[in-house]
Design a protein around this ligand. Structure first.
Ligand SMILES: Nc1ncnc2c1ncn2[C@@H]1O[C@H](COP(=O)(O)OP(=O)(O)OP(=O)(O)O)[C@@H](O)[C@H]1O
Ligand SMILES: [Mg+2]
Length: 368
């Protein structure tokens, strides 16, 4: 029988590095092994610059794509060696690529994930599947989030309503009600603004446990100003990214009234913004239910505390580990699942989430 082992590899909007997950979808415990490889600082900075610069020289763009792709191939090869896996043991690799622009509402709409999937296939000797989002955008969809059908397949219950919240650079929610199509959308910033504000005032890239934020007071004037952004009121389908929730967005809302705030008060308020925007999304759909969190945001204890508070007592809160997949690896598993669909020419049931005109087989297949 042909191998049913898939790799999923994800690098998200936090620009922290590459998550790799080895998945067996014929097993009840689908996650077999995993590894995180941080971006070297130079690559992280180059990717950050591509996300935030308007006039990019083509050589910079394509050379960064090559560096990113080689980084991915090397990380995957090191993982295979560590786990004693031969490329021939694997059916395929789903590699998301690095989003540097996501503009599904411009006309014409587009989304750009960097990634030379040919190079990765050649370097790893694994059938590599990537470029998942553009087919959905071509069909009039947001191109994101693509994970809700995976959440439905793996995490849904026939008796209770569940919400899966992924807190990456951006946060997204998936609402799973028994016997219904999943609903899902990006609900606001996740860690990206927290990381930015932290790095502006400290060495290091993120606010470990949310300790710094916890030392400051939440400022309700600033919080309200941030929550007044029309994005939070938009109906689904909707998706967002660093195009909206970026340093300029934050600075344009810090004026005379807030300039006297201590930096940790702003960090506390940004943490509350992430918590509140998730809670607003959850409460929009369910009066009660089970909420499960994945993504790096679960490690921010202060953020989790604030989310629990914002949700109130009608909801239970836990990490996706309670449903069988550790919170760090859900996104990478999702891209292994999307790759499995594509390899089998099955559509990925994304249209009800993204607003595309139909479900579709997503992405392209690159043979070694
Ligand atoms: N110990 C920790 N304490 C607080 N925050 C943490 C901790 N560990 C990780 N994080 C946060 O999690 C982020 C990484 O999360 P994650 O990898 O889920 O984001 P991502 O790569 O943008 O994912 P995606 O876009 O796929 O959802 C870091 O940038 C950081 O903000
Ligand atoms: Mg990440």
């Amino acid at each position: 029988m042909a191998s049913e082992l898939f790799l999923g590899a994800m690098s998200g909007t936090s620009l922290d590095g590459l998550d790799i997950a080895l998945c067996d979808f014929s097993s009840t415990n689908i996650l077999k092994a995993s590894h995180f490889t941080p971006f070297p600082q130079e690559l992280r900075q180059a990717l950050f610059d591509l996300c935030h610069t308007d006039n990019i020289p083509l050589n910079d763009l394509y050379q960064t794509e090559q560096r990113y792709s080689r980084f991915c191939a090397n990380a995957i090869n090191a993982f295979l060696k560590q786990e004693s896996i031969n490329p021939s043991d694997l059916a395929a690799l789903g590699l998301h690529g690095q989003t540097i622009r996501h503009e599904p509402n411009l006309s014409p709409a587009f989304t750009v994930q960097l990634g030379d999937w040919s190079l990765v296939a050649a370097e790893t000797q694994i059938t590599t599947i990537g470029d998942f989002r553009r087919k959905d955008v071509a069909l009039g969809g947001q191109g994101a989030p693509l994970v809700p059908p995976f959440h439905k397949a793996i995490f849904s219950s026939t008796s209770s309503s569940r919400v899966i919240v992924n807190i990456g650079g951006i946060s997204n929610v998936t609402i799973l009600m028994p016997a219904a199509e999943p609903l899902g959308y990006d609900c606001g910033p996740g860690n990206a603004l927290l990381d930015y504000w932290f790095a502006r005032h400290h060495e290091g890239t993120f606010d470990t446990n949310g300790d710094w934020a916890k030392s400051g007071e939440i400022n309700s004037t600033l919080l309200q100003r941030l929550l007044n952004d029309p994005f939070f009121m938009l109906p689904a389908p909707k998706s967002t990214g660093r195009e909206l929730f970026n340093p300029e967005w934050l600075h344009s809302r810090l004026d005379d009234a807030t300039v006297s705030l201590e930096p940790e008060e702003i960090q506390a308020t940004l943490t509350e913004l992430t918590a509140q925007s998730i809670a607003i999304a959850v409460k929009n759909h369910l009066n009660t239910g089970e909420v499960y969190v994945c993504g790096g945001g679960w490690k921010n204890q202060f953020l989790v505390e604030r989310l629990k508070q914002a949700l109130g007592e009608s909801y239970t809160l836990a990490s996706t580990e309670a449903l069988g997949i550790h919170s760090d690896w859900v996104e990478a598993c999702a891209f292994a699942w999307l790759a499995a669909n594509t390899l089998h020419r099955q559509d990925s049931q994304q249209a009800s989430t993204t607003g595309a005109s139909r479900n579709a087989v997503l992405g392209g297949i690159y043979y070694p």
